[in-house]
Design a binder for this molecule. Structure first.
Ligand SMILES: Cc1cc2nc3c(=O)[nH]c(=O)nc-3n(C[C@H](O)[C@H](O)[C@H](O)COP(=O)(O)O)c2cc1C
Length: 230
């Protein structure tokens, strides 16, 4: 598949057909994705290919709790788990324990265990060069050594005719999930990727135009590219 087309059409897919994904297809996806960049070429990723139905169900159950916490905040009109203007977490606008105990049906997460492919993406923390580690705001750089790999998986999946979505709900229950999955203490869960053959694929993704996010020289500089004069 042509690269530009893949980049422009690899939208989130959350509903899959029942067609299983052959191991050789998934192996190709991971074999292409591994060429992702990472700080110092640390390649800090480990991928857990979840097969055991009981492990899958437990991962789903933990992810459901994260989803409930997320959606309760969205319903309350706040961006879920967003830091404040100083870049620090100020606590949730809703009672998270109550949110986690309140059912909030959503087929994607409720049926996460049935996704044809379920990958847990794990990052070795001690391999990361977290250049913003001393800043008092929420760190963002460390994730840069793992999320390009995640996007490469989604793009490689697109190239194979698959679709998928990354989810981060499980991270809300990382200690329990780490015990379940045998993840060592110096590792973090970066996300869970669900992949499969799509039931539908969005034909046009809603994304901001370049001129809305690119500026010349300074944050409030003129948009790039410059608007045409005619
Ligand atoms: C870091 C990250 C975390 C995400 N977490 C979730 C998630 O937990 N659940 C989910 O359904 N989608 C998740 N997504 C997918 C986004 O919702 C999706 O990329 C975005 O809404 C654009 O959707 P579209 O491609 O259909 O336009 C995540 C995406 C990223 C990059």
């Amino acid at each position: 598949m042509e690269l530009r087309e893949a980049m422009r059409t690899a939208g989130a897919v959350r509903r899959f057909t029942d067609t299983p994904v052959p191991d050789e297809v998934l192996a190709r996806v991971l074999d292409d994705a591994r060429f992702a960049p990472s700080g110092g070429n640390a390649q800090p990723w480990t991928v857990l290919v979840l097969r055991d139905p009981e492990i899958r169900r437990q991962v789903r159950d933990l992810a459901v709790l994260g989803w409930r916490e997320y959606t309760a905040q969205a319903k309350a009109g706040v961006r879920p788990f967003a830091p404040g203007p100083d870049g620090r977490w100020r606590g949730a606008a809703v009672d998270l324990d109550e949110a986690a105990a309140t059912p909030a049906p959503m087929s994607f997460v409720d049926e996460l265990d049935e996704a044809p492919v379920l990958l847990v993406l794990v990052a070795r923390l001690t391999a990361l060069a977290v250049m913003d580690i001393e800043l008092e705001r929420t760190s963002i750089v460390g994730g840069g050594s793992i999320y390009p790999f995640a996007q490469n998986i989604l793009l490689a999946a697109r190239g194979e005719g698959l679709g998928g979505t990354m989810t981060t709900f499980l991270v809300r229950r990382e200690p329990v999930a780490a015990t379940l999955l045998g993840i060592p203490a110096d590792h973090a869960i970066a996300g869970v990727l669900a992949l499969g053959y799509p039931q539908h694929r969005a034909t046009k993704l809603r994304r901001r135009s370049v001129a809305e996010f690119a500026h010349v020289d300074t944050f409030d500089g003129p948009p790039f590219p410059a608007p045409s004069e005619d």
